[in-house]
Ligand binder design. Structure first.
Ligand code: FE
Length: 344
């Protein structure tokens, strides 16, 4: 990955203009156009995607990064000064928040509709998944009998008292997981589950997903809930941490909770056509491979093949086919149930 040529701090935002000085000259399609992207993702796959789009079109991509919960505010606050063309965020819950804030314009595209499964895009084309992530269970092989794990439900089993690590319930990954479990089991059972898991905590919720994995490795707890790509990244970059750990796929019907990262065209996009073109490029075979090969996510487009030994090592699983829109709709209730369950 080439170092981005221009990095400016603007109103507290991280702005990176990925100019490709020698790209697009043969195609001449760029015509000096700039595509402005607001993103809450900071992953190598995305930088490769921006650069590849610049190469193919001659367009200049300007990226403004803001952390997940600030993204909506920043796009709204930017108004006409620096309007977004494309909005990118991780997690269906955050896509839903951006949708509720009225930030997206509907997009109709045969390419996007054909390539992105219906359950992973908004029915009116407000957003489309580009990658998926599974929320899995990590455990210490020596201290946990794999047979004791039979799905997410196991984490609430009294057998795991004092042995579970989790991050806070304010985190959108956990909110979306509980949103899925509300759909699966109903609100009462979902709350009981959250209560049972909270009763099993080895310590108060703390840190991010990687911290949960490190805590299991350090013996602070025996099991933890994390997104699969954090485990894959540690297994690839710091194998000493994941040695002695294993992952468990909560395949129990209807399957493993899968979330998405997605993109939409901004309602105020100065270049809506170009923005749609970018979304279509993001679901091309070439771009989809970036997500799997550089960030350890799964491509949203099922037919795409990729090379990633660490991801292959994690094995196959059965994904819950729940529509991503339901994860959004159940956000508020999930947060309420977490509060009632005493999961901080
Ligand atoms: Fe993440």
């Amino acid at each position: 990955m080439r170092i981005l040529p221009t990095i400016a701090i603007l109103a507290g935002l991280f702005v990176a203009a990925c100019g490709s000085p020698d790209s697009g000259s043969e195609m001449g399609a760029g015509n000096g156009q700039t595509l402005t992207i607001y993103s809450s993702r900071h992953y190598d796959s995305d930088y490769a995607l921006y650069e590849a789009f610049e190469e193919e079109t001659g367009v200049t991509v300007e990226v403004i990064e803001a952390d997940g919960d600030l993204l909506v505010e920043r796009i709204s606050a930017a108004g006409d000064r620096n309007p977004a063309d494309v909005i990118i965020t991780a997690d269906a819950g955050r896509l839903w928040r951006a949708e509720q804030a009225g930030l997206f314009a509907p997009v109709s595209s045969e390419i996007l509709e054909a390539r992105v499964p219906e359950s992973m895009r908004h029915p009116d084309g407000l957003w489309f998944a580009v990658s998926t992530r599974a929320r899995i269970i990590v455990y210490a092989e020596e201290r946990v009998d794999a047979g004791a794990l039979t799905g997410y439900a196991s984490l609430a089993d009294p057998a795991f008292r004092g042995r579970v690590c989790a991050r806070s319930s304010g985190n959108v990954y956990n909110i979306s997981l509980l949103a899925a479990l509300i759909d699966r089991w109903g609100a009462d059972a979902a709350q009981q589950w959250a209560q049972g898991v909270a009763a099993n905590f080895a310590r108060e919720p703390l840190g991010g997903d990687s911290d949960q994995i490190r805590a299991v490795a350090a013996g602070e707890c025996d099991v933890a809930i994390v997104n699969h790509y954090y485990f894959a990244r540690l297994a690839g970059e710091e194998p000493a941490v994941t040695e002695g750990l294993a992952i468990y796929w909560p395949n129990a019907e209807p399957g493993v909770h899968v979330n998405i990262s997605g993109m939409g065209v901004s309602r105020n996009a100065p270049n809506p056509e170009l923005a749609r073109q970018f979304l279509e490029f993001a679901v091309s075979d070439r771009a989809q491979r970036f997500f799997a090969e550089l960030t350890n996510e799964y491509p949203a487009v099922a037919s795409v093949t990729y090379e990633n030994a660490v991801l292959d090592e994690l094995g196959d699983f059965q994904a819950d086919p729940l529509a991503a829109t339901v994860l959004g709709e159940n956000q508020a209730e999930a947060q309420r149930l977490f509060d009632r369950a005493g999961w901080q």
